[in-house]
Design a protein around this ligand. Structure first.
Ligand SMILES: Nc1ncnc2c1ncn2[C@@H]1O[C@H](COP(=O)(O)OP(=O)(O)O)[C@@H](O)[C@H]1O
Ligand SMILES: O=C(O)C1=C[C@@H](OP(=O)(O)O)[C@@H](O)[C@H](O)C1
Ligand SMILES: [Mg+2]
Length: 168
């Protein structure tokens, strides 16, 4: 089976849903952010603060190409779709699943979160701006699942059904 890439905005549940999906499908799960943190030896926040966003995007691009492309669930960072070569790579080598979530719920889910450096200031305004900019890129996925107001188990069940019926 080709790699399953979960994409979507910060707070869409990629990391959380991916873990559960891996258990259900009995596939290993790799989170690109966790992988980068381990390789670089710093948190994502420290990478942004000390090396800047460009350096982080370079790590993200390199890691994506290094990871396996078969029998794996890969949970990506929300900004992976910014780079066209990442979008092309994921579409070519795997099944891309976009976890959609409405902005109002994303804001609720990330209300108290302080781990995402892009949302440290003007959270509401920044989220809306990034969300609208990225939406067309997320929609390049093979499969879209709406996660708004749904439980993790319900979302995973929906993904499994979609995978069974898709011919990708
Ligand atoms: N379906 C869901 N319903 C409610 N809360 C969720 C759901 N999925 C994830 N969350 C919560 O939202 C936050 C962000 O989830 P996370 O998996 O880190 O998202 P992402 O990796 O897409 O940024 C976490 O606190 C998580 O528990
Ligand atoms: O959307 C983004 O640009 C980012 C999303 C984060 O991952 P999550 O989507 O898992 O929060 C993380 O990669 C970094 O803070 C940048
Ligand atoms: Mg995540």
């Amino acid at each position: 089976m080709k790699a399953i890439y979960l994409t979507g905005f910060m707070g869409a549940g990629k990391t959380t849903v991916g873990k559960r999906l891996g258990e259900v499908l009995q596939l290993p799960v790799i989170d690109t952010d966790a992988y980068i943190e381990q390789q670089v030896g710093k948190t994502i926040a420290a990478i942004f603060a000390e090396e800047g966003e460009e350096a982080f995007r370079a790590y993200e691009r390199e890691v994506l190409k290094k990871l396996p492309t078969e029998h794996v669930v890969i949970t990506t960072g929300g900004g992976i779709v910014i780079q066209e070569e990442n979008r092309q790579f994921m579409r070519k080598h795997g099944i891309v699943i976009y976890l959609h979530c409405e902005l109002h719920e994303l804001l609720q889910r990330l209300g108290d979160d302080a781990t995402r450096p892009l949302l440290m200031e003007n959270k509401q305004k920044k989220m809306k701006q990034l969300f609208e900019q990225r939406l067309p890129w997320y929609h390049e996925a093979h499969i879209t699942i709406d996660t708004t107001n749904r439980t993790v188990d319900d979302i995973v069940e929906n993904i499994v059904l979609m995978l069974k019926s898709s011919r990708i």
